[in-house]
Design a protein around this ligand. Structure first.
Ligand SMILES: Nc1ncnc2c1ncn2[C@@H]1O[C@H](COP(=O)(O)OP(=O)(O)OP(=O)(O)O)[C@@H](O)[C@H]1O
Length: 247
């Protein structure tokens, strides 16, 4: 979207693997993502979509190639890179007696900025409150996380990553547990974030929940990107289906 802007996410012929796996799951993936891009990663189950997000988040061994986020290599400079990345995971399961409130879990998003032993500031709490309000969690702010529904917990994790003030936002199936109204609200929120210049990458099968703006579509198959193009949101589902069937 921004002509000569620098790539915020840069993957160069990347292969990544899981501990103990025989072959790399991600194979020969190159990718350039600029500020403000809204990226949807689609493709069949097992294609490597989550693995690609984990690769960008610096959570997997890079066997070959390089992954850079905001100019920081996620392997050699992983600590710095990860502070700039918000990552909302797909599978989470809070035990009913997890001893943290919504507010405390969202505040954890600030830990990288305030450091573990320092006290949080008024600014940190402003960011926490704003994220809580934006996700419609105000009334359950002091509730225990483990006693919330799956959809409410998902919103708390999104709020935690917004409070982090990331420079890159990755979300794995962000709409999967959400009702129709909340889907639209979260979709609009993600659109605003991307419009503000932060690239947003989502893995999703819910193509009807996409915001009304230009989308970059990545389709994955067997650990490779088999389609990478810009699209109108209404055409994303068809593009993913067609590319997956043709592969
Ligand atoms: N922890 C792991 N250890 C070893 N292999 C794994 C691990 N997690 C995933 N895989 C393998 O990596 C491949 C890609 O998995 P991944 O979860 O990235 O797929 P996906 O496209 O996100 O699928 P889905 O749409 O079902 O969520 C699969 O073959 C899977 O079996």
């Amino acid at each position: 979207m921004t002509g000569g802007a620098k790539d915020v996410i840069l993957l160069n012929q990347v292969y990544t693997t899981y501990e103990g796996a025989d072959l790399p799951v991600i194979q020969d993936v190159s990718l350039h993502i600029k500020p403000g891009e809204f990226v949807v990663i689609g493709g069949p189950n097992g294609a490597g979509k989550t693995t690609l997000l984990e690769t960008i988040a610096g959570l997997l061994p890079v066997v070959n190639g390089s992954v850079t986020v905001c100019g920081h290599d996620v392997v050699s400079d992983g600590c710095t890179a990860r502070k700039k990345i918000g990552y909302v995971i797909q599978n989470f399961d809070f035990h009913p007696f997890t001893p943290f409130t919504v507010e405390e879990v969202v505040l954890m998003g600030r830990y990288g900025k305030i450091g573990w032993l320092k006290r949080h500031s008024g600014y940190d709490m402003e960011k926490v409150t704003s994220a809580i309000d934006n996700l419609g969690l105000t009334l359950i702010r002091h509730n225990q996380i483990g006693k919330l529904s799956g959809g409410q917990q998902q919103k708390v994790l999104i709020a935690q990553n917004l409070a982090k003030e990331p420079e890159v936002l990755l979300l794995d199936e962000p709409f999967s547990n959400l009702d129709m109204v909340t889907r639209e609200e979260v979709s609009n929120l993600l659109c605003e974030i991307a419009d503000g210049g932060i690239p947003v990458l989502i893995v999703s099968h819910a193509f009807d929940a996409l915001p009304n703006r230009t989308i970059r579509v990545l389709v994955m198959q067997n650990g490779k990107i088999i389609l990478n193009q810009q699209s109108d949101p209404s055409k994303v589902g068809n593009l993913v289906r067609t590319a997956s069937v043709a592969a």
